[in-house]
Design a binder for this molecule. Structure first.
Ligand code: AMP
Ligand code: ZN
Ligand code: FE
Ligand code: FE
Length: 288
């Protein structure tokens, strides 16, 4: 029997309007409550700014909110997403890096729009920025939504398949940071770096490499992981001594199959993350 304090479930991979999700932090917390979750983490791409609003909403509703992020890195042209949990939000070197990454994302959207124009599509970067909204981190799903709005494609998925998927004709990489650097930045900020949706990497050997570079966790449970895939990653996490994390990767309207709470982890795994965090006596956030 688990002790009463270990009961409950958590979803540690959620997006909001601060990146490419469609719902506000408050709405996401409300939906987490409706799904009966005990704990949650918002993991927007390259941004921590949903935390103040989400934290108030979570306190009011009695849900535990873990500070989180999903940072983009690249390795030999492959996109690598690294989740970070329990980060020190006041960590200036991290916040500075994130601001630079978001600026880079803006330039990257202009480049992608330029490529779409060369392909004969009439689209302006400002239309993408309008879809993304005034605050936050702009990304490919916003390009996809702008293409749907223009009528060039019927769905966001079609926009990815025809133009902006990783080897698509208008794709531009989202980050020039190495996974090693991102892992180390998250640790410097007192956070726990966990490799997101490892299935997308199509190369399990990378997990060991990243572990040697400081990775501490693996997103074993994810809405794109079939049961046999989950078993494989459970085994790899145990072999490498990695903490196990998981979540739905909820993005909101327009992305079915990844509702809040559709993929959860037992609260005992959150306790394991917290135990690791407690053992950390200091962060080296001050040094650049
Ligand atoms: P970005 O960080 O701008 O490269 O955008 C990454 C996001 O795009 C992911 O978090 C997904 O939400 C979405 N995405 C990536 N690949 C695809 C795809 N093939 N089909 C649909 N959405 C995708
Ligand atoms: Zn996303
Ligand atoms: Fe991701
Ligand atoms: Fe995600």
């Amino acid at each position: 029997m688990p002790s009463p304090t270990s009961e409950g479930k958590a979803d540690l991979h959620l997006h909001t309007i601060y990146s490419d999700g469609t719902e506000s932090p408050t709405r996401v917390v409300e939906m987490a409550q409706a799904a009966g979750l005990r704990a949650m983490a918002i993991t927007d791409h390259d941004i921590l700014d949903s935390y103040p609003e989400a934290s108030s909403a979570a306190q009011a509703r009695g849900i535990e909110l873990i500070p989180g992020i999903e940072m983009s890195a690249a390795l030999d042209g492959i996109e690598v997403h690294v989740l970070g949990f329990f980060l020190d939000l006041a960590c200036q070197p991290l916040q500075q890096l994130l601001a630079e990454q978001r600026q880079r994302r803006i330039g990257r959207i202009r480049e992608m729009v330029g490529r779409l124009q060369q392909l004969g599509l009439h689209l302006e970067a400002d239309e993408v920025f309008a879809v993304a909204g005034p605050q936050g981190s702009v990304g490919r799903p916003h390009v996809a939504q702008a293409l749907v709005k223009r009528g060039y494609v019927a769905t966001e998925k079609e926009a990815f398949d025809r133009y902006i998927k990783n080897d698509g004709p208008a794709f531009v990489p989202g980050s020039s940071l190495s996974p090693k650097f991102v892992i180390q930045m998250i640790r410097q900020a007192g956070g726990i770096p966990a490799l997101a949706h490892p299935i997308y990497l199509k190369d399990d050997a990378l997990i060991e490499r990243f572990t040697n570079e400081g990775l501490l966790g693996l997103e074993v449970y994810h809405s794109s992981h079939a049961p046999d895939v989950v078993q494989r990653y459970e085994r790899i996490a145990d072999e490498l001594g990695l903490l196990k994390t998981g979540g739905s990767d909820y993005h909101g309207r327009g992305k079915e199959g990844a509702e809040i709470g559709s993929t959860t982890i037992p609260y005992s795994l959150v306790e394991a993350l917290k135990a690791w965090k407690r053992e950390q006596t200091q962060t080296s956030c001050e040094s650049p």
